[in-house]
Design a protein around this ligand. Structure first.
Ligand code: PBG
Length: 325
């Protein structure tokens, strides 16, 4: 009794019906917009591999925030590029570091807006790795934890509304949760980059954040793209250590992981549509090989459909504007 009784196309024929039965809907409340603040700049510096995105000087940062807010963005993820780098990323823990400085001024200028802090050492170390290194160049996991924790506490003091650790050290969520609680920030949530893969799709970001490893790669701490069970293991650990939101990153090549996370955990799941995903769509659209607007909407709707409650995307402001239409 399938065909001709059953005709799925009946619900696709009329635009109104099509909209009515749409299963997944993006809203502006789902979207987070990343911004790069560079302490070395006096003028905005366009990021060549990410058309339309800039590194912003501290004094100019209200401009992109205001523009994105006008389009409906309520949440921002801040990345800092510091003036000074050393082997232990000291500038990441300074009260007057680049991100604490902008947090104080942005909170004053835009009350009620959520500013999320990325917590990682890679942009602050001269070697470009996400943790401290020993003399042979291998990561000192446990010694990196207090450094990351102090960074998180400094950001919370400066007014960060959410802490997002992206370093992939073992035990960092527990260490940061304890540190925040002891400093009086038990109400500040942690969004953990839990299933963070060692991905080629971060290429353009490393130009943006000036955070490429000077030697080696991140395969010793970020996850292998071939692994799915391990992602659930990482997420389980972060959940037990006190994460409030679990993230999968990148997004589109890892939709299966997002779905698995959504089916396994009851907490909100986030996904990061990373720089390379952004650049791919931009580059193909610039060549006339894809329609930019529909490719962007399809990519974000698919990430949401896969199970991501929150999506971090460089497209967020344009998308919120389209959602208003
Ligand atoms: C820092 C960090 C990275 C990204 C977010 N936080 C890069 C990396 O791990 O090399 C990637 C974001 C993007 O590509 O858009 N560790």
């Amino acid at each position: 009794m399938a065909f001709p009784t059953h005709r799925p196309r009946r619900l696709r024929e009329q635009p109104t019906v099509r909209k009515m039965v749409q299963e997944t809907r993006l809203t502006k409340a789902n979207l987070i917009f990343p911004l790069f603040v560079d302490e070395n700049l006096c003028e905005p510096a366009p990021i060549s591999a990410m058309p339309g995105q800039c590194r912003w000087p501290i004094s100019h940062i209200p401009k992109p925030v205001e523009a994105a807010k006008e389009k409906g963005i309520q949440a921002f993820l801040l990345f800092g590029v510091p003036k000074t780098k050393d082997s232990v990323g000291s500038s990441a823990r300074s009260e007057n570091g680049v991100v604490p400085t902008v947090l104080r001024s942005l909170n004053k200028e835009f009350p009620g807006t959520l500013f999320i802090s990325d917590i990682c050492l890679c942009a602050y170390t001269d070697h470009g790795h996400c943790g401290m290194l020993d003399e042979k160049g291998s990561i000192l996991n446990d010694k990196s934890l207090p450094l990351l924790t102090e960074m998180a506490v400094q950001h919370a003091r400066a007014g960060s509304g959410m802490i997002a650790p992206s370093d992939m050290m073992d035990g960092r969520i527990q260490s940061i949760r304890t540190g925040l609680d002891q400093a009086g920030f038990s109400k500040i949530p942690i969004m953990a980059y839990s299933a963070k893969y060692a991905s080629s799709f971060y290429g353009p970001f490393r130009e943006a954040a000036d955070s490429s490893p000077q030697s080696g790669d991140r395969k010793g701490y970020q996850m292998a793209p071939a692994n799915r069970r391990e992602a659930l293991y990482e997420m389980e650990l972060d959940w037990q250590e006190g994460a409030d939101i679990l993230m999968v990153k990148p997004a589109m090549p890892y939709l299966d992981i997002i779905r698995e996370a959504r089916n396994t955990f009851s907490c909100p799941i986030a996904a990061y549509q990373v720089s390379g995903e952004f650049s791919m769509i931009k580059a193909a659209a610039a060549k006339g090989w894809m329609d930019e607007k529909s490719a962007i909407l399809e990519s974000l709707t698919s990430i949401h459909r896969a199970g991501a409650d929150l999506i971090i995307s460089y497209f967020s402001p344009e998308v919120t504007e389209w959602l208003n239409d």
